[in-house]
Design a protein around this ligand. Structure first.
Ligand code: AKG
Length: 377
C-alpha cells in the first residue's frame, strides 16, 4: 500500500503560485517562479547544476493547469510549451522552508585546560590511506576545533599533502607557507624567541584563514611551550558571566592591522564571532595587531573593560592547555576558534622550527560532506 496519501482536493491555481494539499491534510503554497526554476528538467545530471535560465522567460511563469496523478503533480505552463512533473514526496520536503540538511553542521564541544591527553590524534600515513579516518579527523575539527597529527614526514611535502587532505593551501598576504623560527630581521613577533600571547592569525585579512597547520620540524630549545585555548569555551562562559561585555565584543567591529615595508593590511572584525544560530563560532583576537584608532572614545569606556576582562579570562588556567610540541607532530586547528600562543624560549639553547600553512573552513566542511555522503566508503 502506498504510504503517501494522495490529496483529496485538486491543486488551486492562484496568481503567483498554487496551493496543494499534502500528506498532513493541510494546503501548502508554492510559488510559480520557484516551481518552474526547480523543475527536474532544469538541471544537468552531469554537472549537477541548474542549466535552465529563468531570466530568459519572457513573462512570469504561471500554471495553465495543475493536476495530481498518482503521486505526481503535473503542471502545464501558460506561456511555454513545457510540462513540469514533481513527485509529491519532493514537494513534501519543502512544505516548510528549510535549509538542506548539512552533515557538517555539528555541535561544538567546548574543551578546557586539562584537555591535552584527550586531544584527538591521527597518524598522517594512516589518514592518507583511509578516507573513513579522514572523515573522523575532520569531524573532530568541526566538533573540538583542535587535533594533532602524528608521524608526519620531516619534509615540506609532508605538510602540503596533509593540508591537501582537507582542501587547497590557502595563501595569505605573506604567501602560501610560513616558517616559525627566529629570524635575523623579524617582521612578526612569531619570528622572534619572545613569548607570544594568545591570538588568532592574520586578523587584518578581510577573511582570516580558517584552518591552521603548524608542523613541528624541530624543538630542542629551552622553553617555547605551546599554549592553546578553546575560544568557544571561554566566550560561552564570558557570555554567562558578563552578558553586556559579551554583547559589546560580539557586536562592535574593531580595526586590525598588519603593516611592514611592502604591505599594509587592514580589516574590521568583531572579537567574538557568532554563527547563524547566534552561538559562538569563534574569535578574532590579536593584541599585537589591534588598532583601536577610530572608535568613539566614549564607546571605549565600556569596550576596553569588556575586552580586558575577556583577555584575562582567556589566560585563566582553567582554559589554557600547555604542552611541548614534538618534532613529527602537526597541530591542526580552527584559526577562528582556537587561540594559540607560546612561552618565550632561549634561541641559543637548541633549534625550534615550525612550518605552517592554512586551508579554508568552508572547504573542509565540503570535503567532510563529500566523504560522509552515502556509499562513499
Ligand atoms: C604563529 O605563527 O602565529 C604562532 O603563534 C607560532 C606559535 C609557536 O611558535 O609555537
Amino acid at each position: 500500500m502506498n504510504v503517501m496519501t494522495s490529496p483529496v482536493v485538486a491543486p488551486v491555481l492562484q496568481n503567483n503560485g498554487l496551493r496543494i494539499a499534502l500528506s498532513d491534510g493541510e494546503s501548502h503554497y508554492f510559488n510559480y517562479h520557484w516551481l518552474r526554476d526547480n523543475c527536474p528538467s532544469s538541471f544537468n545530471s552531469s554537472t549537477r547544476e541548474r542549466s535552465f535560465d529563468i531570466f530568459h522567460l519572457e513573462t512570469a511563469p504561471k500554471a495553465k493547469t495543475a493536476e495530481v496523478t498518482g503521486d505526481v503533480l503535473e503542471i502545464t505552463w501558460e506561456a511555454e510549451d513545457h510540462v513540469t512533473s514533481f513527485p509529491l514526496s519532493w514537494l513534501e520536503a519543502y512544505k516548510i522552508p528549510r535549509r538542506r540538511p548539512d552533515p557538517a553542521d555539528l555541535s561544538r564541544e567546548a574543551w578546557y585546560g586539562d584537555h591535552y591527553p584527550d586531544v584527538p590524534r591521527f597518524s598522517q600515513p594512516e589518514l592518507l590511506g583511509d578516507p573513513a579516518l579522514r572523515a573522523k579527523w575532520i569531524e573532530a575539527m568541526l566538533v573540538e576545533g583542535f587535533t594533532i597529527i602524528t608521524d608526519m614526514p620531516n619534509s615540506n611535502e609532508g605538510l602540503t599533502e596533509t593540508a591537501e587532505m582537507i582542501g587547497q593551501v590557502r595563501p595569505t598576504f605573506f604567501g602560501d607557507y610560513f616558517d616559525v623560527k627566529t629570524h635575523i630581521n623579524p617582521t612578526n613577533t612569531a619570528y622572534t624567541a619572545s613569548a607570544l600571547e594568545l591570538h588568532t592569525d592574520t586578523p587584518a585579512e578581510e577573511h582570516a584563514p580558517g584552518m591552521q597547520f603548524l608542523h613541528c620540524r624541530a624543538n630542542t630549545v629551552k622553553g617555547g611551550y605551546s599554549l592553546y585555548a578553546d575560544g568557544v569555551a571561554v566566550a560561552n562562559d564570558f557570555r554567562t558571566r558578563y552578558p553586556e561585555g559579551f554583547k559589546l565584543l560580539a557586536e562592535t567591529k574593531v580595526p586590525f592591522f598588519c603593516e611592514h615595508d611592502t604591505y599594509d593590511m587592514r580589516s574590521r572584525q568583531t572579537v567574538i564571532e557568532l554563527d547563524q544560530y547566534g552561538d559562538v563560532s569563534g574569535l578574532t583576537i590579536s593584541q599585537h595587531m589591534l588598532d583601536i584608532s577610530d572608535l568613539d572614545q566614549e564607546l571605549l569606556d565600556s569596550w576596553y573593560p569588556a575586552f580586558c576582562r575577556f583577555g584575562k579570562m582567556l589566560q585563566e588556567e582553567k582554559y589554557m592547555m600547555t604542552f611541548l610540541m614534538k618534532a613529527g607532530e602537526c597541530m591542526v586547528f580552527d584559526n577562528h576558534r582556537i587561540v594559540h600562543g607560546r612561552a618565550a624560549y632561549t634561541a641559543e639553547s637548541g633549534e625550534r622550527y615550525l612550518r605552517g600553512c592554512y586551508t579554508d573552513r568552508a572547504e573542509m566542511r565540503s570535503t567532510y560532506r563529500a566523504l560522509v555522503s552515502e556509499g562513499r566508503f
